[in-house]
Design a protein around this ligand. Structure first.
Ligand code: FAD
Length: 427
């Protein structure tokens, strides 16, 4: 063991959620250390933002940086049928202020995450790259710090009254404590790659996200980025994508291209940049949002199928809200699990609203166009939810969706860990 250092707060993971939390806490004047396993810039998937990412970017002081960046501006989303028929683009500025909420971007995560990390550092957070958290330190049931190892194999101990787990889908706390709860209905597989020089729209629609359907409720994403690159991936049930025993990601991807004529046409002139990526079984939630001395943010709290590009919005929102809750707890001198109840409930509500729409999206009986034709008054609610306005009551929308699908009940997860274990209670 090389040294023991003490901070007000330890953040595990320097991705968007972790760096957002560290930026806010450092701004409040707390001593924060961020422990990040990788050396930045590093590759990461999750490149398309939605409008309500804006308030978090604003709170983090990053709007001017984003406006001056080379990231492609995203003004709209469109849906394309397997035959290649494209819906009218939905332009965010038709509903939200063009200069604020309606401003959103397609980012290259290596660059975007480095901006966030730079912002955390500039506010005073102590960010240490190539530091992998290997172990939690616990005393009398509460979390009091972590043990981490650097790239040279040296071990360090960090202590703080509160640790923020922002370790992404590694979900260090949820995985080690067996709090990770999968979602069998959203057990999808995604395969993706990048193209250069493929066909893209000009002008306002250049940065448009396209969701292009394939049979069996599968879909392609098509996300135009800067430097003439496009991120393109296919998502569907694992059984469908791997039918006839196909396992190789490239073979899976290439077999699906002709299933959507629009995608086939777009990629016909481009060159694949090389690597193919695959991920499976990715939707999950942590049973708890907090324990004594511990709070979970971003994907480490829960990850939802990416069809509506909600990941970055939720990661930044939870990083900011989690940091506000931690600040209040530090000021009060009480970082017990219960301090984070309101935070957990807010995140739970946000994820449940989005999850109900994701379920509807995958139900063969549901078409959002049919829903809004029958209930035109639901147009606004549907748009707001898909844009990431998570603080609203969407019960009328859920009721309307109930005409076509069984809207799932709220999951009973995401609240603070009770202090007494169920065994003790039973005894
Ligand atoms: C196929 C797919 C497509 C997606 N598409 C979109 C999209 O279009 N739009 C969107 O908004 N979102 C999308 N997402 C989701 C998005 O990627 C995530 O929601 C987002 O990255 C979450 O940010 P985070 O900070 O919580 O986690 P991450 O970005 O994963 O950051 C976590 C960090 O923690 C570090 N870490 C992990 N373990 C340790 C450890 N033990 N010690 C130290 N550091 C550690 C990692 O190195 C990483 O840098 C997609 C996800 C997938 C899988």
């Amino acid at each position: 063991m090389n040294s023991v250092e003490t901070f007000d707060c330890i953040v595990i993971g320097g991705g968007p959620a972790g760096c957002a939390a560290a930026t806010i806490l450092a701004e409040y004047g707390h001593r924060v250390v961020v422990l990040e396993r990788e050396k930045f810039p590093r590759y990461h998937i999750g490149e398309s933002m939605i409008p309500f990412t804006y308030p978090s970017l604003e709170r983090l002081g990053l709007v001017p940086v984003m406006k001056q960046s080379g990231f492609v501006k995203k003004y709209s989303v469109q849906f394309v049928s397997p035959s290649g028929h494209a819906s009218q683009p939905f332009y965010f500025f038709n509903r939200y202020d063009r200069e604020t909420i309606a401003q959103t971007w397609q980012v290259l995560r290596s660059e975007f995450d480095e901006i966030l990390m730079g912002q955390a550092r500039s506010k005073g957070a102590d960010v240490r790259e190539q530091h992998t958290v290997e172990e939690f330190l616990r005393e009398e049931g509460r979390y009091v710090g972590v043990r981490a190892r650097n790239a040279d194999g040296e071990q360090f101990e960090f202590r703080a009254p509160v640790t923020i787990d922002a370790s992404g889908r590694d979900a260090v706390a949820a995985t080690r404590n067996a709090w990770r709860r999968g979602d069998p209905m959203l057990n999808k597989v995604a395969v993706w790659t990048y193209y250069e020089g493929s066909k893209r729209d000009a002008g306002l629609d250049e940065g448009q996200t396209t969701v292009a359907f394939i049979p069996h409720k599968g879909w392609f994403w098509h996300i135009p980025q800067h430097n003439n690159r496009v991120s393109v991936g296919v998502v569907a049930d694992g059984k469908y994508l791997t039918r006839d025993g196909l396992k190789d990601p490239q073979a899976i991807f290439e077999r699906e291209i002709p299933s959507n004529k629009w995608i086939q046409d777009r990629l016909s002139t481009g060159t694949c940049t090389g690597e193919y990526w695959l991920t499976a079984e990715y939707t999950f939630r942590s049973e708890y949002c907090s324990a004594d001395g511990l709070i979970l943010v971003g994907d480490a709290y829960g990850f939802l199928d990416p069809v509506f590009s909600s990941g970055l919005m939720l990661a930044l929102k939870s990083g900011v809200a989690g940091a506000d809750a931690v600040h209040e707890a530090l000021v009060a001198g009480d970082t017990s699990a219960e301090r984070f109840r309101a935070y957990g409930e807010m995140m739970q509500r946000s994820m449940e609203n989005m999850r109900k729409l994701v379920y509807a999206f995958y139900d063969p009986n549901v078409s959002f166009r049919t829903v809004t034709e029958r209930f035109p008054e639901m147009n606004g609610a549907l748009t707001d939810c898909l844009s990431g306005d998570m603080e609203k009551d969407y019960s009328a929308l859920h009721q309307a969706l109930g005409e076509w699908t069984k809207v799932p009940d709220d999951l009973p997860y995401g609240r603070p860990q009770p202090r007494r274990t169920p065994e003790l209670v039973a005894a």
